[in-house]
Design a protein around this ligand. Structure first.
Ligand SMILES: *Cc1c(COP(=O)(O)O)cnc(C)c1O
Length: 387
């Protein structure tokens, strides 16, 4: 390992990501494509590297991101598969999006009109040989973006389908409640979406090639909602959508480990305060190890006096407040521990196989597993293994 990764690094296992995708593929009907959701730098795992490693996987249709800039970053890195921007995009980005096969999600008339004008210009000027593709977002219960699955929404969809400068390649919705034990809401919303799309296709006499609604939770729990394509996010990264999603249907491997090294060990007497505010005071002679990671890296400050890390097969409890760049753990009971020893903040201890999962870290810090890995920021180098 390079010395520059000693302070802290996130080890990202590309083979495990592929294993997770393959596991999901086995749970959904044959021929269903998967859209790899790589927004927020692939939930903190490194979007460009991951996308490039999926370019040759045939069942991966393309990538989903949240912003035009995330899409352009993938294009700049050489990703060729289609990209869908899941949220609203502002007009400044349309020209480059359409030129580079980045599909906007459409749900506002002004937006559709502007995209169609832009598409028409690009085709007229010969810069594009085919009409650019868009996907229409339908709101079936998030109350976030999307047209409503009613007459007004149907009118919107048929208008957009008849616009001269764009083609409707896909139509999608997003479930608000597919990650619950009771799946009746998700099933009902799926039906609302399917009926809506069917009626629009009947009225216009045109088929929209890609219908998609399933996220990670639905891939596991409601695979019959897979339609033409599913959108896999958190499960790609080996994390679980919620506690209520069953763990025995799709097998997932963790894909990120967060590793650091002890930079100082000191022995202090009983009664010694530790870190800002002296919120922890030793009650016995204590051996303290300092870890050079903090909330400035995205390691949660709410782990202060609560969390633990793994060192040489043992738990070491966090004592005192997590600082911006460092925190302290109690290693009194660990007999073999030296400055420079490896510290597992997230992931598996090589000696015992014990794991601090993103879910456990979330529980200890009062945070959401999705949010945690997204928040590990650019100060943490990502080191990729596998291909
Ligand atoms: C983020 C997102 C997903 C992926 O969700 P996961 O729970 O991570 O699978 C799918 N669809 C949309 C519209 C999203 O915003």
């Amino acid at each position: 390992m390079l010395e520059e990764y000693s302070r802290v690094y996130a080890r990202i296992d590309i083979d495990a990501i592929k294993y997770n995708l393959e596991s999901m593929r086995k749970n959904i009907p044959d021929g269903t494509r998967i859209m790899a959701v790589v927004k927020t730098d692939a939930y903190g795992h490194g979007a460009t590297r991951i996308a490039l490693s999926l370019e040759n996987v045939d069942y991966i249709w393309g990538y989903a991101v949240a912003t035009a800039e995330e899409a352009f970053e993938l294009r700049d890195a050489g990703a060729i598969k289609p990209i869908l921007v899941l949220g609203y995009t502002f007009p400044y980005a349309y020209r480059r999006m359409l030129l580079e096969g980045v599909r906007p999600s459409v749900f506002r008339m002004d937006m559709a009109q502007e995209l169609s004008d832009c598409g028409q210009e690009l085709v007229d000027s010969g810069e594009l040989t085919e009409l650019p593709c868009v996907h229409i977002a339908v709101d079936t219960g998030m109350s976030r973006i999307g047209v409503t699955p009613d007459e007004k929404g149907a009118d919107f969809v048929s208008k957009v389908m008849n616009m001269p400068g764009i083609q409707v390649e896909g139509i999608f919705t997003h479930f608000a409640r597919a990650d619950e034990a009771d799946l009746s809401n998700a099933r009902e919303r799926e039906k609302v979406f399917a009926d809506f799309v069917k009626s629009v296709e009947e009225t216009t006499g045109k088929k929209i090639p890609l219908h998609h609604c399933a996220n990670s939770a639905s891939i596991i729990s409601v695979p019959e909602s897979s339609m033409d394509m599913v959108r896999a996010g958190v499960t790609m990264y080996g994390m679980w959508p919620s506690e209520d999603v069953p763990r025995d249907i799709v097998s997932l491997k963790p894909t990120m480990e967060l590793i650091s090294h002890i930079v100082m060990i000191k022995e202090v007497p009983a009664g010694t305060p530790v870190s800002y505010g002296g919120t922890y005071v030793t009650d016995k002679p204590t051996k303290i190890a300092t870890i050079p990671v903090g909330y400035g890296d995205g390691y949660p400050r709410s782990l202060s006096n609560k969390g633990y890390v793994l060192i040489n097969g043992h738990h070491a409890n966090i004592i005192g407040r997590v600082c911006m760049d460092q925190f302290m753990v109690d290693v009194t009971d660990i007999h073999y521990v030296l400055e420079g020893d490896e510290v597992v903040l997230l992931g598996r201890d090589k000696n015992t196989g014990e794991e601090i999962s993103a879910e456990l870290l979330g529980e200890m810090s009062g945070r959401f597993n999705y949010e945690l890995t997204c928040d590990f920021n650019k100060r943490i180098p990502r080191v990729f293994v596998g291909k």
